[in-house]
Design a protein around this ligand. Structure first.
Ligand code: PSV
Ligand code: MN
Length: 403
Protein backbone atom coordinates (compact mmCIF):
# COMPACT_ATOMS: atom_id res chain seq x y z
CA UNK A 1 0.00 0.00 0.00
CA UNK A 2 2.72 2.40 1.05
CA UNK A 3 4.60 1.40 -2.14
CA UNK A 4 1.74 2.41 -4.47
CA UNK A 5 1.17 5.67 -2.65
CA UNK A 6 4.85 6.33 -2.66
CA UNK A 7 5.14 5.94 -6.45
CA UNK A 8 2.47 8.58 -6.98
CA UNK A 9 4.10 10.81 -4.40
CA UNK A 10 7.53 10.40 -6.00
CA UNK A 11 6.26 11.22 -9.49
CA UNK A 12 4.71 14.45 -8.23
CA UNK A 13 7.95 15.53 -6.57
CA UNK A 14 10.05 14.67 -9.62
CA UNK A 15 7.65 16.76 -11.71
CA UNK A 16 8.37 19.65 -9.31
CA UNK A 17 12.09 19.18 -9.98
CA UNK A 18 12.92 17.65 -6.58
CA UNK A 19 15.81 15.17 -6.49
CA UNK A 20 14.00 12.54 -4.46
CA UNK A 21 16.99 10.19 -4.12
CA UNK A 22 19.04 13.01 -2.64
CA UNK A 23 16.21 13.84 -0.25
CA UNK A 24 16.04 10.22 0.89
CA UNK A 25 19.80 10.12 1.42
CA UNK A 26 19.67 13.24 3.61
CA UNK A 27 16.84 11.80 5.70
CA UNK A 28 18.82 8.60 6.25
CA UNK A 29 21.87 10.56 7.35
CA UNK A 30 20.04 12.82 9.78
CA UNK A 31 20.56 11.88 13.44
CA UNK A 32 19.14 13.24 16.68
CA UNK A 33 20.38 12.51 20.19
CA UNK A 34 18.07 11.67 23.06
CA UNK A 35 18.73 12.67 26.70
CA UNK A 36 19.09 10.14 29.52
CA UNK A 37 16.94 12.43 31.70
CA UNK A 38 14.05 12.17 29.25
CA UNK A 39 13.45 8.55 30.23
CA UNK A 40 12.89 8.96 33.97
CA UNK A 41 10.24 10.51 36.19
CA UNK A 42 9.98 14.25 35.90
CA UNK A 43 7.55 16.95 36.83
CA UNK A 44 7.07 20.54 37.86
CA UNK A 45 7.77 22.28 41.16
CA UNK A 46 4.25 21.26 42.13
CA UNK A 47 4.44 17.52 41.60
CA UNK A 48 6.44 14.72 40.10
CA UNK A 49 3.97 12.04 39.04
CA UNK A 50 5.75 8.76 39.47
CA UNK A 51 5.26 6.18 36.76
CA UNK A 52 5.84 2.47 37.18
CA UNK A 53 8.57 0.98 34.99
CA UNK A 54 10.93 3.95 35.03
CA UNK A 55 14.66 3.26 34.75
CA UNK A 56 16.52 2.73 38.02
CA UNK A 57 19.97 3.62 36.72
CA UNK A 58 21.88 4.76 33.66
CA UNK A 59 21.88 1.25 32.21
CA UNK A 60 18.10 1.04 32.18
CA UNK A 61 17.94 4.54 30.70
CA UNK A 62 20.17 3.26 27.92
CA UNK A 63 17.88 0.24 27.47
CA UNK A 64 14.99 2.66 26.87
CA UNK A 65 17.01 4.89 24.56
CA UNK A 66 17.95 1.78 22.57
CA UNK A 67 14.27 1.16 21.92
CA UNK A 68 13.89 4.64 20.46
CA UNK A 69 16.86 4.01 18.19
CA UNK A 70 15.66 0.53 17.28
CA UNK A 71 12.33 1.78 15.94
CA UNK A 72 13.31 5.17 14.50
CA UNK A 73 16.82 4.28 13.30
CA UNK A 74 18.09 7.82 13.82
CA UNK A 75 18.97 8.10 17.53
CA UNK A 76 22.32 6.36 17.99
CA UNK A 77 23.61 8.64 20.78
CA UNK A 78 22.44 9.43 24.30
CA UNK A 79 23.34 12.53 26.31
CA UNK A 80 24.23 12.02 29.96
CA UNK A 81 23.86 14.38 32.92
CA UNK A 82 26.30 14.30 35.83
CA UNK A 83 25.69 13.53 38.71
CA UNK A 84 22.29 12.11 37.68
CA UNK A 85 24.12 9.45 35.67
CA UNK A 86 27.17 9.24 37.89
CA UNK A 87 28.73 5.78 38.24
CA UNK A 88 32.09 4.44 39.29
CA UNK A 89 32.67 2.61 36.02
CA UNK A 90 32.25 4.68 32.87
CA UNK A 91 33.98 2.03 30.74
CA UNK A 92 31.08 -0.21 31.64
CA UNK A 93 28.59 2.48 30.57
CA UNK A 94 30.38 2.88 27.25
CA UNK A 95 30.46 -0.88 26.63
CA UNK A 96 26.86 -1.33 27.71
CA UNK A 97 25.83 1.37 25.25
CA UNK A 98 27.89 -0.21 22.48
CA UNK A 99 26.15 -3.54 23.01
CA UNK A 100 22.86 -1.72 22.46
CA UNK A 101 24.16 -0.14 19.26
CA UNK A 102 24.45 3.22 21.04
CA UNK A 103 27.15 5.71 21.91
CA UNK A 104 27.30 8.30 24.65
CA UNK A 105 26.73 11.80 23.29
CA UNK A 106 27.00 15.14 25.08
CA UNK A 107 28.11 15.19 28.70
CA UNK A 108 26.07 17.73 30.72
CA UNK A 109 27.51 19.04 33.97
CA UNK A 110 24.91 19.90 36.58
CA UNK A 111 25.46 23.37 38.01
CA UNK A 112 22.09 23.89 39.62
CA UNK A 113 21.30 21.22 42.17
CA UNK A 114 23.78 21.57 45.01
CA UNK A 115 22.84 23.65 48.05
CA UNK A 116 26.00 25.71 47.54
CA UNK A 117 24.58 26.94 44.22
CA UNK A 118 21.73 28.84 45.86
CA UNK A 119 23.27 32.13 44.71
CA UNK A 120 24.89 30.76 41.60
CA UNK A 121 27.66 28.40 40.55
CA UNK A 122 30.31 29.82 38.21
CA UNK A 123 28.95 33.35 38.77
CA UNK A 124 28.79 33.10 42.54
CA UNK A 125 30.57 35.87 44.46
CA UNK A 126 32.10 33.18 46.69
CA UNK A 127 35.34 31.88 45.13
CA UNK A 128 34.96 28.51 46.91
CA UNK A 129 31.66 27.88 45.15
CA UNK A 130 33.07 28.91 41.79
CA UNK A 131 35.98 26.54 42.35
CA UNK A 132 33.59 23.69 43.13
CA UNK A 133 31.65 24.42 39.94
CA UNK A 134 34.79 24.53 37.79
CA UNK A 135 36.05 21.30 39.31
CA UNK A 136 32.76 19.66 38.48
CA UNK A 137 33.02 20.79 34.87
CA UNK A 138 36.58 19.45 34.71
CA UNK A 139 35.36 16.16 36.15
CA UNK A 140 32.89 16.07 33.25
CA UNK A 141 35.74 16.46 30.76
CA UNK A 142 37.35 13.39 32.34
CA UNK A 143 34.08 11.52 32.07
CA UNK A 144 33.73 12.58 28.44
CA UNK A 145 37.17 11.07 27.75
CA UNK A 146 36.14 7.81 29.42
CA UNK A 147 32.88 7.45 27.49
CA UNK A 148 34.47 8.69 24.26
CA UNK A 149 32.31 11.79 24.00
CA UNK A 150 33.52 14.90 22.24
CA UNK A 151 30.91 17.32 23.55
CA UNK A 152 30.52 19.20 26.82
CA UNK A 153 27.11 20.81 26.90
CA UNK A 154 26.74 23.70 29.32
CA UNK A 155 23.59 25.19 30.65
CA UNK A 156 24.41 27.68 33.41
CA UNK A 157 21.38 28.24 35.60
CA UNK A 158 22.93 31.25 37.34
CA UNK A 159 21.08 34.52 37.68
CA UNK A 160 19.49 36.82 40.22
CA UNK A 161 15.95 37.45 41.40
CA UNK A 162 16.15 41.13 42.35
CA UNK A 163 17.69 44.33 41.07
CA UNK A 164 20.86 45.04 42.96
CA UNK A 165 21.28 41.43 44.07
CA UNK A 166 24.33 40.86 41.92
CA UNK A 167 26.96 42.84 40.06
CA UNK A 168 26.27 42.01 36.40
CA UNK A 169 29.79 42.83 35.23
CA UNK A 170 31.57 41.05 38.07
CA UNK A 171 29.46 37.96 37.42
CA UNK A 172 30.31 38.16 33.73
CA UNK A 173 34.01 38.15 34.59
CA UNK A 174 33.60 35.17 36.92
CA UNK A 175 31.83 33.33 34.17
CA UNK A 176 34.51 34.12 31.62
CA UNK A 177 37.25 32.94 33.97
CA UNK A 178 35.43 29.68 34.70
CA UNK A 179 34.65 28.95 31.08
CA UNK A 180 38.28 29.61 30.17
CA UNK A 181 39.43 26.95 32.65
CA UNK A 182 37.06 24.49 31.07
CA UNK A 183 38.06 25.48 27.56
CA UNK A 184 41.74 24.98 28.31
CA UNK A 185 41.05 21.49 29.64
CA UNK A 186 39.34 20.32 26.44
CA UNK A 187 41.16 17.99 24.07
CA UNK A 188 41.70 19.32 20.56
CA UNK A 189 38.82 17.28 19.16
CA UNK A 190 36.36 18.28 21.88
CA UNK A 191 33.82 21.10 21.77
CA UNK A 192 31.95 22.99 24.44
CA UNK A 193 28.45 24.18 23.68
CA UNK A 194 27.17 27.23 25.54
CA UNK A 195 23.41 27.28 26.02
CA UNK A 196 21.45 30.41 26.89
CA UNK A 197 18.08 30.96 28.49
CA UNK A 198 16.24 34.21 29.01
CA UNK A 199 14.65 33.29 32.32
CA UNK A 200 14.31 30.56 34.94
CA UNK A 201 15.25 29.43 37.49
CA UNK A 202 16.25 33.05 38.22
CA UNK A 203 13.55 35.57 37.43
CA UNK A 204 15.23 38.96 37.25
CA UNK A 205 18.28 38.19 35.15
CA UNK A 206 20.12 35.11 33.92
CA UNK A 207 23.86 35.35 33.37
CA UNK A 208 23.69 33.92 29.84
CA UNK A 209 20.35 35.32 28.78
CA UNK A 210 20.45 35.20 25.00
CA UNK A 211 22.32 34.03 21.91
CA UNK A 212 24.37 37.24 21.73
CA UNK A 213 25.86 36.53 25.15
CA UNK A 214 26.57 32.88 24.32
CA UNK A 215 28.10 34.04 21.06
CA UNK A 216 30.32 36.57 22.81
CA UNK A 217 31.60 34.03 25.33
CA UNK A 218 32.14 31.41 22.62
CA UNK A 219 33.93 33.83 20.32
CA UNK A 220 36.27 35.05 23.07
CA UNK A 221 37.11 31.46 23.99
CA UNK A 222 37.92 30.21 20.50
CA UNK A 223 36.99 27.62 17.91
CA UNK A 224 36.18 24.81 20.30
CA UNK A 225 33.37 26.86 21.86
CA UNK A 226 30.03 27.25 20.10
CA UNK A 227 26.48 28.37 20.81
CA UNK A 228 23.70 25.95 21.65
CA UNK A 229 20.16 27.03 20.76
CA UNK A 230 17.24 25.54 22.70
CA UNK A 231 13.84 26.33 21.18
CA UNK A 232 12.21 26.84 24.57
CA UNK A 233 14.71 29.39 25.87
CA UNK A 234 13.52 32.52 24.11
CA UNK A 235 11.05 35.27 24.81
CA UNK A 236 7.61 34.77 23.30
CA UNK A 237 7.62 35.66 19.64
CA UNK A 238 11.39 35.46 19.19
CA UNK A 239 12.34 34.56 15.64
CA UNK A 240 14.38 31.43 16.39
CA UNK A 241 14.96 30.61 12.70
CA UNK A 242 16.57 34.00 12.20
CA UNK A 243 18.90 33.40 15.16
CA UNK A 244 19.79 29.99 13.71
CA UNK A 245 20.52 31.47 10.28
CA UNK A 246 22.67 34.20 11.78
CA UNK A 247 24.73 31.77 13.85
CA UNK A 248 25.08 29.38 10.91
CA UNK A 249 26.48 32.19 8.84
CA UNK A 250 28.96 33.03 11.60
CA UNK A 251 29.97 29.36 11.91
CA UNK A 252 29.10 29.51 15.59
CA UNK A 253 26.11 27.22 16.14
CA UNK A 254 27.20 23.87 17.54
CA UNK A 255 24.10 22.41 19.13
CA UNK A 256 20.34 22.52 18.97
CA UNK A 257 17.82 21.36 21.57
CA UNK A 258 14.34 20.41 20.45
CA UNK A 259 11.19 20.77 22.53
CA UNK A 260 8.08 22.89 22.35
CA UNK A 261 6.44 25.35 24.64
CA UNK A 262 3.25 27.29 24.85
CA UNK A 263 4.18 29.86 27.50
CA UNK A 264 7.60 29.18 29.02
CA UNK A 265 10.15 26.38 28.93
CA UNK A 266 7.35 23.83 29.02
CA UNK A 267 9.29 20.84 27.66
CA UNK A 268 6.36 19.74 25.50
CA UNK A 269 6.80 17.30 22.63
CA UNK A 270 8.62 19.11 19.84
CA UNK A 271 6.29 20.03 17.01
CA UNK A 272 3.18 19.56 19.13
CA UNK A 273 2.45 23.27 19.59
CA UNK A 274 4.14 25.01 16.71
CA UNK A 275 5.14 22.64 13.89
CA UNK A 276 5.52 25.56 11.49
CA UNK A 277 8.23 27.13 13.65
CA UNK A 278 10.06 23.81 13.74
CA UNK A 279 9.81 23.55 9.96
CA UNK A 280 11.08 27.13 9.48
CA UNK A 281 14.09 26.36 11.66
CA UNK A 282 14.84 23.35 9.47
CA UNK A 283 14.30 25.47 6.40
CA UNK A 284 17.31 27.56 7.51
CA UNK A 285 19.34 24.50 8.45
CA UNK A 286 18.73 22.81 5.10
CA UNK A 287 19.48 25.99 3.20
CA UNK A 288 22.81 26.17 5.09
CA UNK A 289 23.56 22.49 4.41
CA UNK A 290 23.41 23.18 0.69
CA UNK A 291 25.50 26.36 0.79
CA UNK A 292 29.25 25.53 0.68
CA UNK A 293 30.06 28.47 2.96
CA UNK A 294 27.90 27.14 5.82
CA UNK A 295 27.75 23.44 5.01
CA UNK A 296 30.43 22.37 7.45
CA UNK A 297 28.84 24.18 10.39
CA UNK A 298 25.37 22.89 9.50
CA UNK A 299 26.59 19.30 9.20
CA UNK A 300 28.27 19.44 12.61
CA UNK A 301 25.32 20.60 14.67
CA UNK A 302 24.65 18.26 17.57
CA UNK A 303 20.87 17.84 17.50
CA UNK A 304 19.19 16.68 20.67
CA UNK A 305 15.69 16.28 22.04
CA UNK A 306 15.69 18.17 25.35
CA UNK A 307 12.44 17.25 27.01
CA UNK A 308 11.63 16.07 30.51
CA UNK A 309 8.13 14.71 30.14
CA UNK A 310 5.75 15.09 33.06
CA UNK A 311 2.57 13.20 32.21
CA UNK A 312 3.55 11.34 29.04
CA UNK A 313 4.72 7.71 28.84
CA UNK A 314 8.43 8.33 28.30
CA UNK A 315 9.52 6.07 25.44
CA UNK A 316 6.46 6.77 23.23
CA UNK A 317 6.87 10.51 23.92
CA UNK A 318 10.48 10.29 22.80
CA UNK A 319 9.59 8.32 19.68
CA UNK A 320 6.91 10.85 18.78
CA UNK A 321 9.37 13.70 19.28
CA UNK A 322 11.94 12.08 17.02
CA UNK A 323 9.32 11.45 14.33
CA UNK A 324 8.15 15.07 14.50
CA UNK A 325 11.71 16.30 14.06
CA UNK A 326 12.28 13.94 11.14
CA UNK A 327 9.02 15.08 9.52
CA UNK A 328 10.00 18.75 9.76
CA UNK A 329 13.41 18.00 8.29
CA UNK A 330 11.89 16.02 5.40
CA UNK A 331 9.52 18.88 4.59
CA UNK A 332 12.36 21.41 4.63
CA UNK A 333 14.22 19.26 2.11
CA UNK A 334 11.30 19.76 -0.29
CA UNK A 335 11.54 23.55 -0.51
CA UNK A 336 12.18 24.51 -4.11
CA UNK A 337 15.40 26.43 -3.43
CA UNK A 338 15.97 27.73 -6.98
CA UNK A 339 12.44 29.07 -7.29
CA UNK A 340 12.67 30.60 -3.83
CA UNK A 341 15.88 32.38 -4.71
CA UNK A 342 14.27 33.79 -7.87
CA UNK A 343 11.24 34.99 -5.95
CA UNK A 344 13.43 36.62 -3.31
CA UNK A 345 15.56 38.37 -5.94
CA UNK A 346 12.42 39.65 -7.66
CA UNK A 347 10.91 40.78 -4.36
CA UNK A 348 7.97 38.55 -5.15
CA UNK A 349 6.62 38.37 -1.61
CA UNK A 350 3.56 36.24 -2.34
CA UNK A 351 5.47 33.69 -4.40
CA UNK A 352 8.32 33.39 -1.88
CA UNK A 353 5.96 32.83 1.02
CA UNK A 354 3.92 30.28 -0.89
CA UNK A 355 7.01 28.27 -1.95
CA UNK A 356 8.03 27.86 1.67
CA UNK A 357 4.50 27.08 2.87
CA UNK A 358 3.92 24.64 0.02
CA UNK A 359 6.79 22.46 1.30
CA UNK A 360 5.35 22.61 4.81
CA UNK A 361 1.95 21.52 3.54
CA UNK A 362 3.33 18.54 1.62
CA UNK A 363 2.39 15.20 3.14
CA UNK A 364 5.72 13.44 3.68
CA UNK A 365 4.34 10.27 5.23
CA UNK A 366 4.71 8.16 2.05
CA UNK A 367 8.31 9.35 1.74
CA UNK A 368 9.19 8.59 5.37
CA UNK A 369 7.56 5.16 5.19
CA UNK A 370 9.61 4.38 2.11
CA UNK A 371 12.83 5.61 3.72
CA UNK A 372 12.18 3.46 6.79
CA UNK A 373 11.56 0.41 4.65
CA UNK A 374 14.84 1.03 2.86
CA UNK A 375 16.55 1.33 6.27
CA UNK A 376 15.12 -2.04 7.29
CA UNK A 377 12.73 -0.45 9.79
CA UNK A 378 9.02 -0.80 10.35
CA UNK A 379 7.34 2.05 8.44
CA UNK A 380 5.24 2.83 11.53
CA UNK A 381 7.75 3.06 14.42
CA UNK A 382 5.20 4.01 17.09
CA UNK A 383 2.89 1.12 16.30
CA UNK A 384 5.79 -1.31 16.09
CA UNK A 385 7.11 -0.18 19.47
CA UNK A 386 3.72 -0.33 21.18
CA UNK A 387 3.14 -3.83 19.81
CA UNK A 388 6.60 -5.04 20.87
CA UNK A 389 5.60 -5.64 24.50
CA UNK A 390 8.45 -3.48 25.87
CA UNK A 391 6.11 -1.04 27.63
CA UNK A 392 4.57 -3.94 29.55
CA UNK A 393 7.91 -5.60 30.28
CA UNK A 394 9.27 -2.33 31.66
CA UNK A 395 6.67 -2.47 34.44
CA UNK A 396 8.65 -5.29 36.09
CA UNK A 397 11.17 -2.64 37.19
CA UNK A 398 8.71 -1.06 39.62
CA UNK A 399 9.42 2.56 40.50
CA UNK A 400 12.49 4.27 39.12
CA UNK A 401 15.31 6.55 40.15
CA UNK A 402 13.89 9.88 38.99
CA UNK A 403 16.24 11.93 36.88
C1 PSV B 1 16.85 23.51 31.56
O1 PSV B 1 16.23 24.54 30.89
C2 PSV B 1 17.37 22.49 30.60
O2 PSV B 1 16.27 22.03 29.87
C3 PSV B 1 18.43 23.06 29.68
O3 PSV B 1 17.87 23.31 28.44
C4 PSV B 1 19.50 22.00 29.61
O4 PSV B 1 19.86 21.76 28.30
C5 PSV B 1 18.83 20.84 30.24
O5 PSV B 1 17.94 21.40 31.18
C6 PSV B 1 19.74 19.92 30.95
O6 PSV B 1 20.47 20.58 31.98
MN1 MN C 1 18.36 22.59 26.58
Amino acid sequence: MAGIEYKVWEEKQIERGIDVEKVKKSIKEFKVETPSWGYGDSGTRFKVFKQIGMPRNIFEKLDDAAQVHKYTGICPTVAIHIPWDKTDDYEKVKDYAANLNLKIGAVNPNLFQEDEYKFGSVCNSDPKVRKKAVEHMLECVEIARKVDSKILSLWIADGTNYPGQGDFRARKHYLEESLKELYDALDDDMRMLIEYKTFEPAFYHTDIADWGMSYTFATKLGEKAQVLVDIGHHFQGANVEHIVAFLLDEGKIGGFHFNNRKYADDDLIVGSINPYELFLIFNELVSAEIDPSTRNTAKNIAYMIDQSHCIEPKVPAMIQSVLNVQTAYAKALLVDRDELKKAQENNDVMRAESIVRCAFETDVRPLLEKVREEMGLNPDPMKAYLESGYEEKKLERGYGQGW
